[in-house]
Ligand binder design. Structure first.
Ligand SMILES: Nc1ncnc2c1ncn2[C@@H]1O[C@H](COP(=O)(O)OP(=O)(O)O)[C@@H](O)[C@H]1O
Ligand SMILES: [Mg+2]
Length: 301
């Protein structure tokens, strides 16, 4: 049974299509990261899965159950991108209320335990009107997990939090996974998904432009290596043949005095290139190799 399966899920507002046909699968026990810039459509996508909005077309299932109005809320926890709180209720009252709504009312001791997990136990009796942004966010997470759901949706769980709270929440997410839960989270923070997630999908303008495990993504982009070589003057008699060789060896070739920059597709090409230089009696002073960081990958996409 898959935790999440979507087929060609789409959402339009008027004539504007925001989510453009997303099909993805999330296995149980994964921390799946949905990565994209602001406005990419992350919240719109997650809100369809959690029943906050209706898809324009397409279908999905959660934990093997057809998604839609009669979704089994008992097994699903949701932290939307807005704080869904009543200012006159205390943190404790919120958890009692939302656990009851999910069909699994939690005892006070359980609420306390979850408040402690998110780092709010000292504020259990405080009304949420007095909560800071970060505290509201933490209560949103507590509310999402209070009924011990199997599948948890977290929309930007750490954005806007201070560094210590971010680490705290990341640890909590990992602990959930250790207990066998599935987490689907959105983030615009690459480092975060790199650290936490088993698999990620990168969303751009409503489409998935890349997905896979972190290693798969790296491998896909390792195929381009930027090389800069500083060298002694190329003998005039060798210039043409060397230039021709370089043209064929890679792309984005730039030739300057005593320096070339080129993009190649494998490490082997680098050693071939060094050999080609040597055969033309050109001395190599320095080789600088730059592989794309994940930040580069993200920006490029
Ligand atoms: N209810 C709505 N009506 C019209 N446009 C919307 C609505 N909700 C979101 N959008 C638009 O959809 C795009 C994606 O928004 P959103 O899913 O919130 O992105 P993200 O969560 O990735 O930052 C944005 O351009 C936003 O303005
Ligand atoms: Mg969002």
């Amino acid at each position: 049974m898959k935790a999440i399966e979507t087929k060609q899920l789409r959402k339009s507002y008027g004539k504007t299509e925001i989510v453009k046909g997303i099909s993805l699968t999330v296995e149980q026990g994964e921390i799946f990261g949905f990565l994209g810039r602001n406005g990419a459509g992350k919240s719109t996508f997650i809100n369809m899965l959690t029943g906050i909005i209706h898809p324009t077309s397409g279908s999905f299932s959660l934990l093997g159950m057809e998604g839609g109005d009669n979704m089994a809320k008992k097994y699903i926890g949701v932290m939307p991108d807005y704080a869904n709180l009543y200012g006159s209720l205390t943190a404790m009252a919120h958890l009692k209320y939302f656990s009851a709504l999910s069909g699994k009312p939690a005892a006070k001791a359980v609420c306390m335990e979850v408040l402690q997990q998110v780092g709010l136990d000292e504020h259990y009796n405080k009304k949420t009107a007095k909560f800071s942004f970060g505290m509201k966010k933490k209560l949103g997470i507590a509310q999402a997990i209070i009924h011990d759901p199997e599948l948890v949706f977290l929309d930007e769980p750490t954005s806007g939090l201070d560094a210590e709270s971010v680490l705290h929440i990341q640890r909590l997410i990992r602990d959930l996974q250790k207990r066998g839960k599935t987490i689907f989270m959105t983030s615009h923070n690459l480092n975060e998904v790199e650290k936490l997630c088993t698999r990620i999908a990168i969303l751009k303008e409503g489409r998935i432009v890349q997905s896979g495990s972190m290693d798969e993504l790296r491998a896909a982009f390792r195929s381009t290596i930027n090389v800069n070589i500083k060298h002694s003057p190329i003998p005039a008699s060798q210039q043409e043949s060397l230039h021709q060789w370089l043209e064929e060896a890679g792309s984005n070739l730039e030739l300057n005095d005593g320096e070339i920059t080129i993009t190649v597709e494998s490490e082997q090409k680098i050693s071939e290139m060094i050999r080609a230089f040597q055969q033309c009696r050109v001395e190599i002073y320095r080789v600088h190799v730059k592989e794309p960081s994940l930040e580069d990958i993200f920006l490029e996409l």
